[in-house]
Design a protein around this ligand. Sequence first.
Ligand code: AMP
Ligand code: ZN
Length: 489
Amino acid sequence: MKIYNTLSRRKEEFVPQDPNEVKIYSCGPTVYSFAHIGNMRTYVFMDSLRRVLRHEGYTLKHVMNVTDVGHLTSDADDGDDKMEKAAKKEQKSPYEIADFYAKAFFKDLARLNIDRPEIIAKATEHIDGMIDYVVGLCDKGYGYETSDGIYFDIAKFPGYGKLSRARLDEQLAGGSERVAVNDEKHNPADFALWKKAPKEHIMQWPSPWGMGYPGWHIECSEMSREYLGDLLDIHTGGVDHIPIHHENEIAQSEALIGKKTVNYWMHGEFLLVDGGKMSKSLGNTYTVDTLIERGYSPLAFRYFCLNGHYRNKLNFTWAALDAAQTALNRLYETLLVHKNAPDTEITDTVPGEGRYSDMNVMDAWKKEFEYAISDDLNIPLAMSVVWKALRYKTPNRKIYDFVLSLDDILGLDLEKGTAEAELKAQEKKEEEEEELKETIPAEILALSEERMIAKKEKRYADADALRAKIAELGYKVTDTKDGPVITKE
Ligand code: AMP
Ligand code: ZN
């Protein structure tokens, strides 16, 4: 299996430390408001990674954090604390806020068939570990104290910037305006490990530096190490994390541990809305609830995400979601046709000169699907293989079974969706029959009934006479295996 490593900017063969178990850490949500569909795209990517790794035979030890403390509105350590701001606005305690939005987040994951990582780590439950971490960094000379907190000195860490390929000398010289906010910092890009809390700050804990609360980045360094040890196989997040959050995680972790702490860095690209950024002021920070309110199924959004590669930007529009819903419905309906078709061997082979030429078509579909998912999670290519199979020239039960077997990767509820499509088709048929009945006069229905009784009693002459009478009144009776069908002549 190949995955693209942001650190090397290359696709690399994936080799976990333990041949059976993969250690993954994913940056999770800050639970101060509802997650939007952009966040959800990143977790659909995380879920595809989980599913493909499991399909490849690995068991997973996967940790995701829930940030329920101290994440400032700006990544650069100034601005308000997001949790505190929400708590004040909603007049609740930060713990109530975090609990409410964490529950909503996990509900959204479930609605999108996103697997829950094995371990969910809450920041507020790991404060002691974070303090120890910061003490460790200070002992090693990487941390220094100012009047408002403990900062990481990036000048002491020569590798700073290697993930985003930003140059340390530029960062050190950097004339960023926000420096002015804190002129005690040695360098503009130095970041807070720990913040001293003003009295009115609601969330605060005792520390060697007085009451305070942790910086955002230290959370991930500490909790990933606590559960997964010094070296992770894979670390995931959205691309916005590359230049600051993950750069800072690398600095903290490598400074403390003394060597590389992550083998593969993976980042999901952004979801755009109408070609631009999502923002509260534009009113386009849609949530899973918004999709449902507008009549779409959450899985239509999942389907929409699966059709874009995780490393490409994806543009959300309502028209695109509409198309995804239509395609997903058609996927279920086409599966239904194959489900009810004969189960016969498919013996034809792939024509032409390509990679799969002369191979049995079913074997070729399987191979192509496997190739796609193991090539840096090329789920869009895998989806095209699904459609190729579904468009096979004749319906065949084997195609239903094959496509269903791929749902461990796709997570589109294919079996359930097909069953629902079947129910819908049946209801539609019944409705049509009902409608027909309504338009046929009672007198004709009665005559038809009489004719059926005559037939049953083998009074065929009577039956023929009744048919003739029905015909005289302008209707035609056709006998089918399901009984007589009456149509207007
Ligand atoms: P946050 O709760 O803001 O820390 O974000 C949670 C996750 O969503 C992070 O991994 C972000 O990188 C990711 N994210 C934020 N905005 C978007 C977006 N527009 N598209 C995709 N992922 C996003
Ligand atoms: Zn993180």
